[in-house]
Design a protein. Structure first.
Length: 129
């Protein structure tokens, strides 16, 4: 099995760990960066109610019986509020990031997943097999 399916699944499973009642619909935008073999991921989190938002990436994936440590491929984690004001991001453990929301009602978290095995078919990115 190639690395790309595991990376994309891991990047999309980066779930906020704030109470569900404080969230509405979290949206993701995944932009392949073919030349860099990377994915740029943007996660929009609305209706933030806590001062700190925690996002985590699991070390496993459904159906696989191994520890993947997908977070080791994550880099350049940043966050901004609705006015594009930078928010402080800390990395308290290998698969968790904390965003100091500072009262922001909506935040946007961006990160890069490095080492994605991307191929181009008919000018459209597709996953490697």
């Amino acid at each position: 099995m190639r690395l790309f399916p595991r990376l994309i699944l891991g990047s999309l499973l980066c779930l906020p760990c704030v109470p569900a009642v404080g969230q509405n619909v979290i949206t993701y935008n995944v932009e392949p960066q073919m030349a860099d073999k990377a994915l740029r991921v943007r996660m929009d989190i609305p209706h933030v109610r806590d001062l700190t938002v925690r996002v985590q990436m699991p070390v496993w994936m459904p159906g696989a019986y191994f520890v993947g440590n997908f977070a080791t491929n994550v880099a350049d984690v940043t966050a901004v509020d609705a006015k594009q004001k930078p928010l402080r991001v800390t990395h308290p453990d290998p698969n968790t990031w904390e965003v100091a929301a500072n009262g922001a009602r909506t935040i946007q978290v961006q990160y890069t997943v490095k080492g994605a095995d991307l191929e181009l078919e008919a000018d459209v990115p597709r996953r490697g097999h």
